[in-house]
Design a protein around this ligand. Structure first.
Ligand code: ATP
Length: 365
């Protein structure tokens, strides 16, 4: 399978609007499950469409394996049908007049694959996706989720080297979505196809991806494993976009503020070489609290706080804490042994603290 390389890719739709994609350098490795993650309008779909050849680049180039498929400078543009990529979009169009089996077979016939081989491949993907019992039905006789499976089967049948998926699960209800995620993951393990998957759903990206590329306003913010993105966000945008409930952020600018002053003092004592920290983040999962201050691990950042509320969320609890007038959220997966109004010590281990400079970039090693 080829590696896909995007170099200095720019896309402007013209008309004076800001670039849809700017200065994008991205390598998608062989067999990777790459999720393009970001809020609506950040340029994910545009990026996917450029890889597919459905959109011309305004600048830069795209290389797939040894082959340049697009280069503005060299005047190269390989049309979509010659790129050996499978595409599944949010709205997957099945042929309404063809049975499920014929729909699955469609791409193979188009490519004039011999009959015996076609039959074998169609059987295999229908079985893998659990749609063989619907083979004689028409798309209108299937549920949305089943149709989505057929769309995937049709793509997989032609054995594309690269599968491009644009929010392919967005039409499904929560349960089916979960099932299809597991299915996609299994398919990826089985077929080892390189997958580029567009989503604005952080959990979807976290559960599916081997690598996540986070985008904002047309620019790449960070590329890394789901753990990297979560545990070592490259900047505040990534820190705040990923994680639910969202990361607690403390602005350190105002030294008159008790909590900011305490945090600044802690940072300068513990990390004397760390300069110009302008904000500090800590994920709710990493916020600890205790009524017994001796439980605080040595070297941690700790401040007195009061419990403002305990909110059950079904299987876990959100604990609202107030420290020096600041609201902080903690998450516990066990019933917390505290109640509103109680005084506690709130603390976090040093490695749970994310320091950012004035431009929002991560400032610790
Ligand atoms: P969503 O999750 O909402 O689909 P996205 O991250 O996929 O968003 P894109 O669809 O790539 O974002 O859009 C990026 C920017 O380019 C947006 O500002 C959008 O309005 C603009 N855009 C997209 N397609 C076109 C087009 N055909 N003509 C003009 N502007 C476009």
């Amino acid at each position: 399978m080829p590696t896909i390389n995007l170099r200095n890719v720019e896309k402007s739709y013209g008309g004076g609007a800001a670039n849809a994609v700017s200065d994008l350098d991205l390598e998608i490795g062989d067999g990777e499950f790459m999720c393009l993650l970001g809020p609506s309008g950040c340029g994910k779909t545009t990026t996917l469409r450029m890889i597919a050849g459905l959109e011309h680049l305004s600048d830069g180039e795209i290389q797939v394996g040894e082959r340049k498929v697009d280069s503005v400078n060299a005047g190269i543009f390989v049309p979509p049908e010659k790129r050996e990529m499978g595409l599944v979009f949010q709205s997957y169009a099945l042929w309404p007049h063809l049975t499920i089996e014929r729909n699955t077979d469609f791409g193979l016939r188009l490519r004039k694959v011999p009959k015996a081989e076609r039959e074998e491949r169609v059987e295999k993907v229908m079985r893998t996706l659990g749609i063989e019992q619907y083979r004689d039905r028409y798309p209108s006789q299937l549920s949305g989720g089943q149709q989505q499976r057929v769309a995937l089967a049709r793509m997989l049948a032609v054995n594309p080297e690269v599968l491009l998926l644009d929010e392919p699960l967005s039409n499904l209800d929560a349960r089916l979505r979960l099932e299809m995620r597991a299915e996609l993951k299994r398919l990826h393990n089985e077929f080892k196809t390189t997958i580029v998957f567009v989503t604005h759903d952080q959990w979807e990206a976290m559960t599916l991806a081997t690598t996540i590329a986070v985008m904002s306003e047309g620019r790449l913010q960070q590329v890394g494993s789901p753990n990297d993105i979560y545990d070592r966000p490259a900047n505040r945008f990534v820190a705040e976009f990923v994680g639910s409930p969202p990361i607690n952020i403390l602005e350190l600018g105002d030294q008159a503020d008790g909590l900011a002053a305490a945090a600044s003092r802690y940072l300068s004592e513990r990390y004397p070489s760390l300069s110009q920290v302008s904000s500090l983040g800590v994920r709710p999962e990493a916020v600890r609290f205790t009524s017994d201050a001796s439980e605080v691990k040595e070297g941690s950042f700790a401040v007195p706080a009061e419990v403002a509320g305990v909110l059950p969320t079904g299987g876990s609890w959100i604990i609202e804490l107030v420290a020096h007038g600041h609201k902080l959220f903690a998450v516990s997966h066990e019933l917390p042994e505290v109640e509103a109004g109680q005084s506690v010590t709130v603390w976090a281990k040093p490695k749970a603290l994310h320091a950012f400079d004035a431009s929002g970039r991560r400032s610790q090693a």
